[in-house]
Design a protein around this ligand. Structure first.
Ligand SMILES: CC(C)(COP(=O)(O)OP(=O)(O)OC[C@H]1O[C@@H](n2cnc3c(N)ncnc32)[C@H](O)[C@@H]1OP(=O)(O)O)[C@@H](O)C(=O)NCCC(=O)NCCS
Length: 209
């Protein structure tokens, strides 16, 4: 079940079909869960099983296709508590180095790159062309938007969001609950709960949790 039937959900649905086609994933049927009954109207994909709160998760595996880290975390808890399993999805065009460790519910999208000796926490997403360099330690429910880059030896805390084309230079520590604005270049460590914007990125605490 693809959880989230918005644009990202319909993308992830295609990734699931791509994985089924090459045999890296097995499933009998693929459907969606979303609070909005009309979310898939006019798109020619489905079925929509209902709200994530209504699905009998003990019978299903889930891929969470929502881009907000906090919502990803809440949905992961809901699904795990109800006995569902979070599928780790690696698109056939992605590169994942042997020896890297991917948590449950990780999505590695088309043309994304995971280098050697990387750890990605539960529910973390690498959108298209995102890249994680060697020895990075990435926490749970982190979201790398398309073309976001973590260079080698970075650490990233839970629920941090990197906008599209954000770059973190080697060895930086980025805290938890951080937002890095699209196109920003992080040259210094970023404290928990900060918004980092610009090149070089300036950080200010915005999202204490
Ligand atoms: C950082 C971000 C979250 C801020 O969003 P927001 O809270 O709605 O803030 P606003 O758009 O009102 O912008 C606030 C200020 O920051 C500036 N700013 C916002 N994003 C910026 C960016 N990427 N680079 C430089 N400056 C930026 C704005 O110009 C504005 O400046 P001003 O106050 O002088 O006018 C958002 O701009 C962003 O980068 N989101 C990432 C989007 C993305 O990559 N999505 C991926 C989808 S797959």
């Amino acid at each position: 079940v693809v959880v989230g039937a918005g644009g990202f959900g319909r993308e992830v649905y295609r990734y699931v079909l791509d994985c089924l086609a090459v045999g890296s994933l097995r499933a009998h049927t693929v459907g969606f869960a979303d609070d909005r009954p009309e979310a898939l109207d006019g798109f020619g994909v489905g079925p929509l099983l209902g709200s994530p709160r209504e699905v009998a998760w003990e019978d299903y595996d889930a891929v969470i296709a929502v881009g907000d880290p906090h919502t990803r975390e809440e949905l992961a808890s809901l699904i795990s508590d109800e006995g569902g399993r979070l599928v780790t999805l690696v698109h056939p065009t992605a590169y994942v180095a042997p020896g890297s460790v991917l948590g449950d519910g990780v999505i590695v999208g088309p043309f994304a790159f995971v280098s050697t000796d990387v750890t990605l926490g539960e529910g973390t997403v690498l959108n298209t062309y995102a890249s994680v360099g060697h020895d990075c330690r990435v926490g749970d429910h982190v979201v790398l938007s398309p073309y976001a880059v973590l260079n080698g030896n970075c650490q990233v805390g839970a629920r941090t969001f990197l906008g599209t084309h954000a770059t973190v230079t080697p060895g930086r520590n980025v805290g938890q609950d951080v937002k890095i604005a699209a196109g920003s270049v992080v040259m210094r460590d970023v404290p928990d709960g900060s918004l980092a914007i610009g090149n070089p990125a300036k950080s200010r605490v915005m999202y204490p949790r």
